[in-house]
Design a protein around this ligand. Structure first.
Ligand SMILES: [Zn+2]
Length: 448
């Protein structure tokens, strides 16, 4: 999950832009050295098979295909064929054998090596999802490893208690802490009629900071829509052709921190930029068709959510963020700017409780606690209000161990970027952009 309580996943519509044909498939735009390589031809054939497998999975699992902007006839084929799970699995197993028998040549460049590892892990994760759809129960940790290529840490209640004790001191008074926290936060709700101008200002702030460091195609853009009745709070539906639709769920009150969070996470430099850079660098420049599809339950999601969450800090280091909130967003939302730093002090504390959400998910999905206990656990240790805890449990039911991608993903990406760039701001952006433009796997974040 992201930051406080709201969950932003990133599905994408399965729409093609009318008349759109990815220029990655236009030979004159490809690097001739790459096109002519026999090895690349072999990988391209494997990649096409993988995309078709992902599309075939979409017939069994409506959440599976998060984005697809490759040849539209491939989707039609998948719809018509409606291949059985056993056939998909057999084909995936055969593809893995072929991949294992065709390792990259010695001296291949880093991206070529990463491409081979990425495709292998993505197909392995697809097979794990087949097994789940066939009814096999994996534990939370087994599922996280199989789908997201990462092992989630466990945290004890005592660890969360320490943070809760600090919050007790920070928000003194009578009654349960959750009520005091809720009363504190109520002063920071964005009024409904101010939502759109506040989000627009936040998006502008995130975009300005991003384009100073990252080269984006001139035609990139997205639209924002306000929706209700979802288990998530925000969503990026990548359409291809450098365009996204970003949806914001207004079922529950939206607090002021969500404006920058959502604008960065879903937009700049988060999901929108990630998808744009993959399309530009890999699909179009290299003709790597596998990146025109995005299976939600796969290692790619840990990188997507981890970079989207860490991107908030890349764009807005804390001090700059508080200044931006105080000077721009608080006034636009009609909130008292003098309260901005106080709000973010408390926010920093509650952010440490995000892993409590993973523990609730682990226990619930492992069958150790029921739905109501999971919601109560979220209220107690993650300070979710009741309606938000209930929304979160619905998210856990729908997306399961996907929850680790937000906080563990962010921490893994943060460690990777910090190791390579330290505090140097330009270097951080450069490494971040490189990560967004390459097929690096979650396990590859910790090894290098
Ligand atoms: Zn997301």
């Amino acid at each position: 999950m992201k930051r406080l309580h709201v969950v932003a996943a990133c599905i994408a519509a399965m729409l093609m832009m009318p008349g759109f044909r990815p220029s990655g498939f236009v030979p004159e735009q490809l690097n001739p050295a790459i096109v002519l390589s026999a090895e690349n031809d072999g990988m391209n054939a494997f990649a096409e098979r993988y995309v078709k497998l992902v599309l075939a999975m979409g017939q069994h699992d409506t959440d599976y295909v998060d984005a697809f902007y490759g040849p539209p006839e491939w989707r039609k084929e998948a719809e018509t064929a409606k291949r059985a799970l056993t056939a998909i699995d057999a084909d995936a197993a055969a593809l893995l054998k072929l991949l294992a028998a065709s390792p990259p040549q010695k001296g291949a460049d880093e991206l070529t090596m990463l491409r081979h590892q990425y495709l292998t892990k993505q197909v392995e994760a697809l097979r794990a999802r087949v097994v789940m759809l066939q009814g096999k129960k994996l534990t939370f940790d087994e599922e996280a490893k199989a789908l997201y290529d990462a092992v989630p840490p466990t945290h004890t209640e005592a660890e969360f208690q320490k943070t809760l004790a600090q919050l007790e001191k920070r928000l003194p008074g009578d009654g349960p802490l959750i009520d005091r926290y809720d009363a504190f936060r109520k002063r920071f709700v964005i009024p409904k009629d101010k939502l759109d101008p506040v989000f627009r200002a936040a998006i502008d702030g995130c975009r300005q900071r991003t384009i100073r460091h990252v080269d984006l195609p001139d035609t990139e853009s997205f639209v924002v829509e306000y929706v209700t009745g979802k288990s998530w709070s925000g969503y990026n539906w990548y359409q291809g052709n450098y365009r996204s639709i970003i949806q914001v769920n207004t079922d529950l009150p939206i607090y002021i921190d969500r404006a920058v969070d959502l604008a960065c996470h879903e937009g700049y430099p988060g999901h929108h930029v990630y998808n744009v850079l993959l399309e530009k660098a890999l699909v179009r420049d290299r003709g790597w068709v596998e990146f025109s599809v995005y299976p939600l339950f796969s290692p790619q999601s840990l990188i997507a959510e981890g970079t989207a969450n860490f991107g908030i800090e890349v764009a807005f280091p804390l001090r700059e963020r508080v200044a931006f909130e105080r000077d721009v967003l608080f006034p636009k939302a009609g909130l008292d700017p003098k309260l901005a730093s106080e709000y973010y002090e408390v926010f920093a504390l509650t952010d440490r409780l995000s892993y409590a959400g993973n523990e609730a998910a682990r226990q619930y999905l492992n069958g150790q606690i029921d739905k109501n206990t999971a919601a109560a656990w979220l209220e107690r240790y993650a300070l979710y209000t009741k309606p938000r805890a209930e929304q979160r449990v619905r998210f856990i039911e729908q997306y399961r161990s996907y929850v680790i991608n937000y906080n563990l993903g962010k921490d893994m990406v943060a460690a990777y970027i910090n190791r390579r760039a330290g505090d140097d701001r330009d270097k951080r952006w450069a490494e971040f952009e490189k990560l967004l433009s390459s097929p690096r796997l979650p396990s590859g974040l910790t090894h290098q």
